[in-house]
Design a protein around this ligand. Structure first.
Ligand code: NCD
Length: 309
């Protein structure tokens, strides 16, 4: 299994064994993610280039680097960098690769991270490329399922709800879950259904797959309820957003009658798709899930930088 110097662009680039290996390394690092600081990334610099808003992804990457004793450089709003003067992404990458040992990139354009990886001589980690992929989110989602569910991932029925068209987290997650053979239930209004290319890929792999707009019908049979935000910023037409805004809202009442061990996940941020009253429910795992971003990103960085844990 070779991770050293490898780019992390899409979950499609990884085997199940490779993903399991990242999760095993994350498990080893979890105590350190909660407390303390090691010297594993001592003398190493990680650049975080965020051309799109982010709270969890950027800060959990930064926390990961700091817990590992490394240093971060970068920007969190492209307007504060030379991008505002018209610098291309390719030029920015060419410069930053000479300043840092790895680059974490979030960009509004699908394919941006792949392009950066073709230029950079240091590992590039995709922290979200438009409506494309978000592989480290998927790794932490799988880590959450591994830790918080009472069954192996392959035995789970995972209901994925909301904006399946523009949501990059659910694209990456569906590819990865197909490696485990999990059952997938996609819940979306007609305009926000999972793209046909992904559906066809999953069907070719023989995945058990159901598509429905009706959340109520899937609740009683799900092991994981993965809620997502409608991706307002990706709609070409604001009127189209208004037609689907508020399509789903999970309330404590809706959770009556679900399996005792069902867990509710969300990559966050939430808008109105999970009532805050659900936070106190024994099913809620989304805040726990966002913490798992730290050990998982620590593992990703150690692996691509060739650091033995
Ligand atoms: C997600 C993203 O940026 O794709 N957020 C995250 O990284 N936790 C989900 C979203 O923005 O809805």
């Amino acid at each position: 299994m070779i991770f050293d110097r490898r780019h992390i662009i899409s979950t499609r680039d990884f085997s199940r064994e490779e993903i399991d290996h990242v999760l095993d390394v994350a498990a080893k690092l979890e105590p350190l993610a909660r407390k303390g600081r090691s010297g594993l990334l001592k003398d190493l610099i990680v650049a975080t280039l965020f051309y799109e808003p982010s709270t969890r992804t950027r800060l959990s990457f930064e926390a990961a680097v700091k817990r590992l004793g490394g240093t971060t450089i970068g920007f969190d709003t492209a307007t504060a960098s030379s991008v505002a003067k018209g610098e291309s992404l390719a030029d920015t990458v060419r410069i930053i690769e000479s300043y840092a040992d790895a680059i974490v990139l979030r960009h509004p354009r699908e394919g941006a991270a792949r392009m950066a990886s073709e230029i950079a001589r240091v590992p590039v980690v995709n922290a979200g490329d438009g409506a494309g992929h978000h592989p480290t989110q998927t790794l932490l989602d799988l880590y959450t399922m591994r830790k918080e569910c009472h069954k192996p991932i392959g035995d789970l029925n995972v209901a994925i709800v909301g904006d399946l068209r523009y949501g990059r987290t659910v694209h990456s997650l569906s590819y990865a879950l197909s490696l485990y053979g999990a059952r997938l239930t996609f819940v979306a209004p007609e305009p926000l259904k999972m793209p046909p290319s992904i559906i066809n890929y999953l069907r070719r792999r023989g995945i058990q797959l159901t598509e429905t707009p009706d959340l109520g019908r899937v609740l009683e049979d799900a092991d994981v309820l993965y809620m997502t935000r409608i991706q307002k910023e990706r709609f070409p037409d604001p009127a189209e957003y208004l037609k689907v805004a508020g399509s789903y809202r999970l309330t404590p009442e809706a959770l009556q009658g679900v399996r005792d061990d069902l867990i509710v996940m969300h990559p966050l941020p939430r808008v109105d798709e999970i009532d805050p009253a659900v936070d106190a429910s024994p099913h809620a795992r989304y805040f726990q899930q966002s913490f798992y971003g730290v050990p998982v990103r620590m593992a990703v960085l150690c692996l691509v930088l060739g650091i033995k844990v």
